[in-house]
Design a protein around this ligand. Structure first.
Ligand SMILES: [Zn+2]
Length: 333
């Protein structure tokens, strides 16, 4: 048993309380490799933003849970080295799908876990979430739960159709499970193809897809039922067109990729939404930078020469999200 406190990590309790009061949101960035982690930590340290490092099931399969946890531990020291005296870094399990995986993360130094029972019948979701909460809270580890179904593909989590969170269920759910935060479904979705072209309109000037707006009425109703309760948005990448264009101009093929417009996320960040998950955007940045190097310098075979630019572009992206979208800069001085 390793406590996250010994590793210099923090849970989400204070982060979320301050974020709700201050009208901003904490970035939750997924990481699978060293370059991504370096970029996240550099961006957070430079902007003094609290940050949540997320490990998904796919990341655990790809990079190994043990290695990722030690990397997060190293990240705390790296942050200090970069001059961030009191780094506020949370290590979070993204989309835990069983009690066992959540327990193993709690025991191994994670400071926060998500139990995603959203695909289960309501009562089963409650029972599973409650069991995880009871275990995690013994060790001061915070728990995120999910109610409502997001569409899209995230690693192995696939849902064809989304179902908005039912506001009439949230009080009962939060009370009976004791969860610390709640991921809700209001129209965000996983992946780089958040909407089908037929769900969108087209901008007559650029010909690009304009996605339908998020269901802020559902968010408002949830906030009314649970005043001051931390709300989480998954699947909140914006799919920046500049990255998609670089990818497509350099041999890639991402037609009609579309995300959540940043102004909608800015609006959400000012509300009780205090954690916004961003994964696809950094994948796009990484891929754009690598494709560009490959196209321009076909003789290059040193991975540092293409992973380095990928890292720089991700860092720029993370800083942009922190400062211009979530507003979390200078909240962890
Ligand atoms: Zn998610």
């Amino acid at each position: 048993m390793v406590s996250y406190k010994e590793l210099g990590l923090v849970n989400t309790k204070d982060m979320f309380a301050k974020a709700i009061k201050g009208g901003y949101a904490i970035p939750a960035f997924n990481f699978n490799n060293m370059e991504q982690l370096q970029a996240i930590i550099k961006a957070a340290a430079e902007t003094k933003s609290p940050v949540i490092l997320q490990v998904s099931k796919g990341a655990r399969n790809y990079a190994n849970q043990t290695l990722l946890r030690y990397m997060a531990q190293g990240a705390v020291e790296y942050a200090k080295e970069l001059g961030w005296e009191k780094p506020q870094i949370c290590l979070h399990l993204d989309h835990g799908d069983s009690f066992e995986i959540c327990k193993s993360c709690v025991d191994f130094g994670f400071s926060s876990v998500m139990i995603d029972g959203s695909s289960l019948p309501y009562e089963e979701n409650i029972a599973l979430t409650k069991k995880v909460v009871e275990y995690a809270h013994q060790y001061d580890v915070t728990v995120e739960a999910e109610l409502g179904v997001l569409a899209g593909v995230e690693d192995e989590v696939v849902a064809e159709e989304s179902h908005y969170t039912k506001p009439e269920e949230v009080i009962d759910f939060a009370t009976r499970t004791g969860c610390d935060s709640l991921a809700i479904s209001i129209g965000t979705s996983h992946g780089a193809y958040k909407f089908k072209p037929e769900q969108c309109t087209r901008d007559p000037k650029t010909g690009r897809l304009v996605p339908p707006p998020l269901a802020f009425d559902v968010l408002d109703a949830v906030m009314e039922k649970l005043p001051g309760f931390p709300i989480v948005l998954h699947g909140s990448s914006s799919v920046p067109q500049e990255y998609v264009d670089i990818i497509n101009a350099n041999g890639g093929k991402l037609p009609d990729a579309v995300g959540i417009p940043e102004e909608q996320l800015r609006k959400a960040a000012k509300s009780a939404v205090c954690k916004i998950n961003i994964d696809s955007d950094s994948r796009l940045a990484f891929t754009a930078a690598v494709r560009k190097v490959f196209a321009e310098k076909p003789g290059e075979f040193d991975p540092r020469k293409y992973c380095g630019p990928a890292r720089d572009l991700m860092e720029e992206l993370y800083k942009h999200k922190i400062i211009n979208v979530l507003g979390s800069d200078h909240k962890a001085e």
